[in-house]
Write a protein that binds this ligand. Sequence first.
Ligand code: C2E
Ligand code: CA
Ligand code: CA
Length: 552
Amino acid sequence: MDVAVYTKVMEKFLMRMTRITEVSSVKLQSALEDICDFLRIGKIKVFSYMNSKSEENGQGTGITYYRKGQSAKEAAFCGRHGSGKGSALVFMYYQKLGETPWSAEELSKLELLDNVLYTFDAKLRLSKFAEKSMYFDGELQVPNMSYFHKSVNNIIQENRFTDYAVCFFNLKRFSVINQLWGRENGTKIMIKFVLRLKAMFLDRGNVCRVGGDNFIAYFEKKHLDNVVSYLSGTEIEVDDSRNESVQVRACAGIFEGDDNTDNVESVIDKAHLALQSAKRRISDNIVFFSSQLQHMHEHASWVESVFKEAIEKEEFQVYYQPKVQLNDYKIAGAEALCRWFYEGKFVRPDEFIPILEQSNAICTLDFYMLEQVCKNIRSWIDKDLNVVRVSVNFSRRHLGDEKLLDKILSIVDKYSVPHKYIEIELTETTTDVAFHDLKLIVNGLHEHGIHTSVDDFGVGYSSLNLIRQVAWDVIKIDKSFLPDVSDKTSSQYLMFSHLLSMFRELGLKCIVEGVETIEQVKMLKDNKCILAQGYFFDKPLELCEFETRLSN
Ligand code: C2E
Ligand code: CA
Ligand code: CA
C-alpha cells in the first residue's frame, strides 16, 4: 500500500475520531466501518455491555471485529474490562479454537486500530472528568452554577422555557443545623434535602448549588405547588442509624418562565430579586417574581443611588407635628418627621424610609434630622420663642453602634441645646442582643437628661417586659391600637382602656398617635389620657408654620 495514501487516510480517521464525543455514537460506528473497509479487516461493531455473561465481567464498551468473510459467531471480541470505577483499559482479541490464526498483517492493523481506540477512550475519559469538575460541585457532588447556565440556556434556545420555573433558594439557619449536628452531618442533611427535591423533577429539572447554602433549581411548572410545600419545611433524617430528624426550611424566590425570556442571566436576576424580597419577610418566605417587584427594585436602586447627593444638597426637610395636651390643647411638644423634595418633587416617606432602612443609610438620615432639629431649636431659643421638646425618630439599625450615645450628645452639644428639649423615639425589638443594646442606649440617654420614647407601641409583638425593664420616659401608642369609639364593650376598646390605666398607675407617660376625630378626643379624655398627636390637631407642619404655631 502507498504509504502516503495510508498516512493520509489514517490522519483523516484520527480527525474524525477527535470530533466524536460518545463511545456508542452512530458517528463512531460509521468511522470504524470506513476504516475497516480501508484496512480490509472486515466488519466492525461497537456495543455497550453490562455484566456480560461472556468472558468479560463488569461494564464498558465492546467492539467486535469480523474477519473478512467471517460470521458474527466467529468474530473476535475486544472490550474494556473492569467493574465500573477504576477500570483499566485493556483490549483483548479472542481467537476461537481451531480458527486459522490472524496473520501478522491483520494483527498489525488491529493493533493500529487498538491504539487509536485507546487514545479515543482516554480522550473521552478526560473530557468526562473535565466536564465533571466544570459542572459539578466538588463538595456535594450536585450540579453547579455552570451546569444551570448550560441546561437552562438549552431549554430557552429550544423554546421550552414557558413550561419551566426557576427557584433560587437559601436554606434557613443552616449554620444552626451545622452547630447542632456537626458539619459532616450538616453536609449529609443538605445533600439529602437537595436530592429529594431533585427526585421530584424526574429527568426534567435539577437542583444546582450556587455556593454555601444557596441553590438554584429549574423544573417544570407543574411541580410548583410541591416545590413550595417542600421548601416551606421538610423533615430530613439526621443519620440513617439514628431515629432523629431535623426540619429544613428555605427562603425562596421563584420566577415562572414566559415567552419574553431570552437569556439565563435575566432568569437568575429575577429569581434572585424575588429571593431578596423573601428574605426581608418575617414569615411566608417564598416570593414569586412579578413586574411590580421589579418596579420596586428599580425604585429602591434609584433611592440608594441619589441618597448621598440628596443629603449633601439638603433636600430633606424637617416637618414638625405638634403633640397636644388634651386639657387645654396647648402644644406640649412635637415630632420631627422627614420630608424629601427631590429636585423640588415631593417623595413620600413610605417611598424612601423603608428602603433606607435596608442599609445604614437610614442612620445618616437620622443624624441629619437630629442636626437640623438642633439648629432649629437653637434659633428658637435665640428668637425667644416658647421652645418645646422635639422627638426625633431613630431607626433600630443604630442599636449595634457602640458610639451612638456619644454621637447624639455631640450633635446636641454642638448647638448648645439643653438636653431636656430632645427626645429620641425608638421602636421595640424582638431579639435579645438588640434588647441589651436598647437598654444601654435608653439608660445612657436618661443619664444625660435626654428623653426617650417607645414608638408604635401596639404594632407587631409589643412586649410588656420591654416596657418594664427599660427606663422609658414616654410610650407612644400607635394609631392602629385606637379602638372603634362606637362600641365600648369591644375587646379592642377594653384592652385600650386598661392599657392606658395600667401605664398611668405605673407612672408612665403615654401619648396616642393618629388622632383624627372629635369622638376619639372625647374617648381619650374619658380615659384620662393626657397627650395626643394627630390630624385632628395638626398635620406635620413646615418649619415656618410651626414657628408661627409656637409663637401663638
Ligand atoms: P411614625 O414615627 O409612626 O410617624 C407618624 C406618622 O403618622 C407620620 O407619617 C405622620 O404624618 C402620620 N400621622 C400623624 N398623624 C396622623 C393621623 O391623624 N392620621 C394618620 N393616618 N396618620 C397620621 P409620615 O410622616 O409619613 O412618616 C411615616 C413613618 O416614617 C414614621 O412613622 C416613621 O416611622 C418614619 N419616619 C419619618 N421620618 C423619619 C426619620 O427622620 N427617621 C426615621 N428613622 N424614620 C422616620
Ligand atoms: Ca415616630
Ligand atoms: Ca409612631
